[in-house]
Ligand binder design. Structure first.
Ligand code: NDP
Ligand code: 8X3
Length: 252
């Protein structure tokens, strides 16, 4: 029987690249996202290669998530993989200048949405047992501070600790958990963060040789294909061009 992976946020970036890579590797797919047209187009494209179930879902909508997951068709009922990918950053202003609605959106998506998919799908991963795994999209922003990261980085620090804590509770079930922590990657992520400012987006990636979504998809497939006795707890990735800088000192 083909393994099945559930991917949140498959309409662009890492999620879409994962859908394409896992389909190539022969996995069945459950793919989700809010943008219906993109999701259905992707499902249509990949259905020539594998069994695909598209679910138009907002991860923040707990009752819609519950209903969709409760009524998964039998052939998709047992999961080998969950890629908790849906997420976003909004803005880079200093905390004191931020819009509280944007903070709500980041918390509701990056934290609460990830909690809903995890809790609702855990029984199906546990039913699979040995070899099953969750890959959560953390970030270097959950490990390291930088100006303007405030709630986004804190939401990813939540994801990191939640991933480690999950491992304690899942001990004995065979279900593995990984927090994947990428640095600068080229995707719509920055366009969303910069409110659609294409020129600012272009300048961020100019000459940076950023990580590509296909690199992340390859890494996630590698993580989930590790031998069943092995858990990758966390994995931080940066492009070679990215590194740390000095501590900031404000001089009077
Ligand atoms: P993209 O913006 O390209 O993709 C984000 C995906 O999340 C889209 O498919 C979007 O789908 C989905 N999404 C956003 N909000 C919701 C929601 N409420 N409900 C359902 N789906 C939602 O970004 P990336 O692929 O780069 O980012 C994916 C993950 O990786 C995020 O969690 C991000 O924080 C993390 N990350 C990104 C890095 C980067 O530099 N790009 C680095 C480190 C981590 P739709 O809009 O159709 O709902
Ligand atoms: C995205 C990476 O460096 O923009 O999570 O915070 S960064």
């Amino acid at each position: 029987m083909q393994p099945t992976v559930f991917i949140t946020g498959a309409t662009s970036g890492f999620g879409e690249a994962c859908a394409r890579r896992f389909a190539e590797a022969g996995w069945s797919l459950i793919i989700t996202g809010r943008r219906q047209e993109r999701l259905l187009h992707l499902a249509d494209t990949l259905s020539a290669k594998t069994d695909v179930l598209p679910l138009v879902l907002d991860v923040r909508d707990r009752s819609a998530m519950q209903a969709a997951i409760a009524s998964l068709p039998e052939r998709f009922s047992r999961l080998r993989g969950l890629v908790n990918n849906a997420g976003l950053a909004l803005g880079t202003d200093a905390a004191q200048d931020c819009d509280l609605d944007q903070w709500d959106t980041m918390v509701d998506t990056n934290i609460k949405g990830l909690l809903y998919s995890t809790r609702l799908l855990l029984p199906r991963l546990i039913a699979h047992g040995a070899g099953a795994g969750i890959v959560n999209l953390g970030s270097i922003a959950g490990n390291w501070p930088y100006p303007g990261s405030h709630v986004y980085g804190a939401s990813k620090a939540f994801v990191r600790q939640f991933s480690l804590n999950l491992r304690c509770d899942l001990q004995g079930t065979g279900v593995r958990v990984t927090n994947l922590e990428p640095g600068l990657c080229e995707s719509e992520f920055s366009l969303v963060r910069f409110g659609g400012d294409q020129a600012r987006y272009d300048s961020i990636y100019q000459g940076a040789h950023a990580i590509q979504p296909a690199d992340i998809a390859e890494t996630i497939l590698w993580i989930l294909n590790q031998p069943a006795h092995l858990n990758v707890n966390s994995l931080e990735l940066m492009p070679v061009t990215q590194a740390w800088n000095n501590f900031a000192i404000h001089r009077q």
